[in-house]
Write a new protein. Structure first.
Ligand SMILES: *[C@@H]1O[C@H](CO)[C@@H](O)[C@H](O)[C@H]1NC(C)=O
Ligand SMILES: *[C@@H]1O[C@H](CO)[C@@H](O)[C@H](O)[C@H]1NC(C)=O
Ligand SMILES: *[C@@H]1O[C@H](CO)[C@@H](O)[C@H](O)[C@H]1NC(C)=O
Ligand SMILES: *[C@@H]1O[C@H](CO)[C@@H](O)[C@H](O)[C@H]1NC(C)=O
Ligand SMILES: *[C@@H]1O[C@H](CO)[C@@H](O)[C@H](O)[C@H]1NC(C)=O
Ligand SMILES: *[C@@H]1O[C@H](CO)[C@@H](O)[C@H](O)[C@H]1NC(C)=O
Ligand SMILES: *[C@@H]1O[C@H](CO)[C@@H](O)[C@H](O)[C@H]1NC(C)=O
Ligand SMILES: *[C@@H]1O[C@H](CO)[C@@H](O)[C@H](O)[C@H]1NC(C)=O
Ligand SMILES: *[C@@H]1O[C@H](CO)[C@@H](O)[C@H](O)[C@H]1NC(C)=O
Length: 387
């Protein structure tokens, strides 16, 4: 693990991002590093590292096209001086400004008249159900924001520079639909410089590999929403015919078998652990989550998520493959006033301000597990110098 001066050093603050966001967030936070002259990123390529990305949102909302590039001025009524800050153990804004250090994960959404990178015309990776404008979303102001970390000037992502820097390298996004959104968004941006060839897809078109021939850059997405071995009985609409069988002591080989091929990987899970599931260890059922009538011990999703993360982090810290790993923490809810899967309202047109909404209990639980297990793994890893 790197030192405290690391701009990425783990932070415990709570950020809330609303669904207006395009899938650029993670890309904005991590990829911009690679094209930035003003942010030091010296550790790249030295040792493997697990980094913790902040909460991201944007389940199905990839950025879309707009003909009209005029931002709705009333959408931009953000006044930074009114934003409230929550207590936490992360360095606060004052500290950051005083030391001149830049923590990418502390900042604000600010208006960005330059608008989105791509439109639903210029990018073909936007799927029908993600095509907000085509599907009737009336407002466009949500496309005109960017993340602005306190104390540093984050330049706009430069796809040309990114591809040049990533020559002969490979990236993987490993996880659930949010990971898929991130890949799609990255593809949309990079396609302005070079069109990728699709080299592989699995039967369900959920895991894919693309190659950018002129840059010899390989990009993968691996569908593994639990990251550990799971038998899932969902149809294509996500309707389950039976509960998930989750093996808490076995990683999903879909990603571990490929792990050595990746120079960079963004790993993330979370929400799927809230599903009804039976838990297996040592080839026997040890309990379950949400399975009344089954005469099994309710172990809780937190039990499973913690075990899973330990297994995942142990694998990464124990691997002799040198890669740069970002761990993305779980997303907040996809809706307001509803469960992550069940709808609710989704009518925000501007980012929520810090402190304006609270995380739900399950999200807090999940996030705390992530932070605890990540820090444990980071400490372990530092001893061996490979984390
Ligand atoms: C922001 O709010 C503060 C205090 O409410 C006010 O003094 C300031 O003029 C506002 N700034 C803008 C740009 O609206
Ligand atoms: C923030 O910290 C202050 C002083 O330590 C405390 O009184 C307050 O309750 C805290 N607020 C939150 C939201 O934790
Ligand atoms: C932030 O840090 C500065 C410098 O250490 C300190 O004076 C200030 O009280 C802190 N503010 C909050 C809100 O914790
Ligand atoms: C793009 O969005 C516009 C609405 O802004 C819609 O009319 C058009 O059909 C969409 N085009 C594609 C290719 O999705
Ligand atoms: C990429 O790989 C090719 C072939 O191995 C090599 O000639 C070239 O120098 C490499 N470029 C970089 C930037 O590593
Ligand atoms: C492409 O990159 C791989 C490493 O990822 C390297 O082995 C290979 O030689 C490169 N090919 C070319 C044509 O540069
Ligand atoms: C599974 O087996 C291992 C080693 O045999 C043991 O340490 C562990 O406690 C077992 N776990 C459960 C849940 O029985
Ligand atoms: C529930 O499981 C326990 C322990 O496995 C067993 O003793 C008990 O008979 C079971 N109860 C029912 C109603 O099946
Ligand atoms: C969104 O919809 C909910 C429920 O209909 C309503 O209570 C809320 O005020 C709306 N929020 C905005 C920003 O329009």
């Amino acid at each position: 693990m790197r030192s405290d001066s690391n701009p990425f050093s783990s932070t415990k603050h709570k950020h809330f991002f609303v669904k207006f966001a395009v899938s650029l967030l993670l890309i904005g936070l991590s990829f911009r590093l690679f094209v930035s002259d003003s942010i030091s990123f010296s550790s790249v390529g030295e040792t493997p590292a697990i980094e913790q990305a902040t909460n991201t949102e944007s389940p199905e909302a990839n950025a879309l096209s707009i003909e009209d590039k005029e931002p709705g001025s009333t959408d931009f009524a953000v006044n930074g001086s009114q934003i409230q800050f929550s207590n936490d153990s992360a360095p606060n804004r004052t500290q950051i400004l005083e030391t001149g250090e830049c923590d990418l994960f502390i900042g604000d959404w600010i208006p960005d008249p330059s608008g989105p990178f791509y439109t639903n015309r210029s990018c073909l990776a936007i799927e029908g159900h993600q095509n907000c404008m085509k599907n009737g979303r009336p407002d466009t102001g949500y496309l005109y924001w960017r993340w602005n970390p306190v104390g540093c000037d984050l330049p706009r992502f430069n796809p040309k520079k990114f591809l040049d820097l990533m020559r002969n390298k490979s990236w993987a996004f490993i996880g659930d639909s949010i990971s898929r959104n991130h890949v799609q968004s990255l593809l949309c941006i990079l396609s302005q410089v070079e069109q990728a060839d699709e080299m592989y897809h699995d039967k369900e078109y959920r895991s894919k590999i693309w190659h950018f021939p002129a840059h010899n850059f390989t990009l993968s997405v691996i569908w593994t929403p639990f990251l550990i071995k799971a038998d899932v009985f969902d149809d294509m609409n996500g309707v389950s015919s039976s509960e998930v069988q989750l093996h808490l002591d076995v990683l999903d080989h879909k990603w571990t078998n490929e792990y050595r091929n990746f120079d960079y990987a963004v790993i993330a899970g979370g929400k799927w652990f809230l599903k009804t599931a039976l838990y297996h260890e040592n080839d026997s059922v040890t309990g379950c989550h949400h399975c009344p009538g089954k005469n099994l011990t309710e172990l809780g999703f937190d039990h499973a998520y913690r075990k899973a993360l330990r297994l995942i982090f142990d694998f990464i810290t124990g691997s002799d493959h040198s890669s740069f790993i970002f761990f993305r923490t779980t997303t907040p809810d996809h809706f307001e006033n509803g469960e992550w899967f069940s709808g609710g309202s989704c009518n925000r047109t501007v980012p929520s301000k810090e402190g304006e909404i609270d995380m739900r209990d399950v999200d807090i639980t999940m996030r705390n597990i992530e932070l605890e297990e990540f820090e444990k793994a980071a400490e372990l890893g530092s001893g061996k110098g490979r984390f």
